[in-house]
Design a protein around this ligand. Structure first.
Ligand SMILES: [Zn+2]
Length: 257
């Protein structure tokens, strides 16, 4: 199934799978292709509408990761993907303009060896749980991955003069520390960072987190007393591999016209 998924991805980006761009090894080229697909899926699903970003750890060097240059996620191709070290400095001489908030990714990879993919987004219903007093909590089975809760990182710890962005290494380290061993951390007045072991997992978690926030908000708006999810283990399907294959297929050009 993954072979089919990669073949579809290759069609999408129009690049040869095994040669890769910029002299990349086959393993790296495959991961970069998957990162391009993640960008497009998250854009298509409304999670990264022009802003926000997704990264993946280097498959052969855990001290590096891949992230697009500063670009709307929907437009990202393999050529736009930049290799960075964990201080979020681009590797190589010709560094293009990078996302201001790339430190979110590097600082999380530093302290979370279990994390191989990170999404930062500004989905509105999730943000609403970073401004009030009601905690974001799982309300349906697919959201079991955050049964231990989602902490809120407060940019005001760094003062308000420079706004709410995570645009310095210190802010990135603060955010990563607030994340601890959780799957996501809210950023007050701003957005969320979501982490996972794979790109399909972090994409699925990002989509599910916004869906959960919407369901929870609807129940709260009715004034309901909510029964939150109680479960000891994550649901089967928490890797989101099956959904990933569908999302990839939905990205295909309309070949059947
Ligand atoms: Zn942001």
């Amino acid at each position: 199934m993954r072979t089919i998924a990669l073949a579809i991805t290759t069609l999408l980006v129009g690049l040869p799978l095994l040669t890769g761009a910029q002299g990349r090894s086959p393993a790296v080229a495959a991961v970069v292709e998957e990162l391009v697909a993640a960008n497009r899926i998250l854009a298509a699903q409304g999670i990264l509408p022009g802003y926000g970003h997704v990264s993946v750890r280097h498959p052969e060097n855990p001290d590096r990761y891949f992230l697009s240059r500063s670009l709307a996620p929907e437009l990202v191709t393999a050529e736009d993907v930049v290799e960075l070290d964990l201080d979020s400095v681009a590797v190589g001489s010709a560094a293009p303009r990078l996302y201001l908030e790339r430190f979110i990714h590097g600082e999380i990879y530093k302290i979370r060896p279990d994390v191989n993919a990170v999404v930062h987004n500004h989905t509105p219903t999730v943000i609403s749980f970073g401004i009030g007093s009601t905690a974001l909590r799982p309300v349906f089975h697919q959201a079991a991955f955050f049964l231990d809760g989602v902490p809120v990182w407060d940019y005001r710890d760094f003062g308000t003069a420079d706004g709410a962005l995570v645009d310095t290494p210190a802010r990135g380290a603060g955010l990563a520390a607030a994340l601890e061993d959780r799957p996501a951390v809210l950023m007050r007045n701003h957005g969320v960072a979501v982490v996972g072991a794979t790109l399909p997992m972090v994409v699925g978690r990002s989509i599910t987190l916004e869906t959960n926030a919407e369901i929870q908000s609807q129940a709260l708006a009715r004034g309901d007393e909510i029964v939150y999810l109680e479960q000891d283990e994550e649901s089967p399907g928490s890797s989101f591999d099956r959904a990933w294959d569908l999302w990839l297929r939905q990205l295909e050009p309309t070949q059947h016209d």
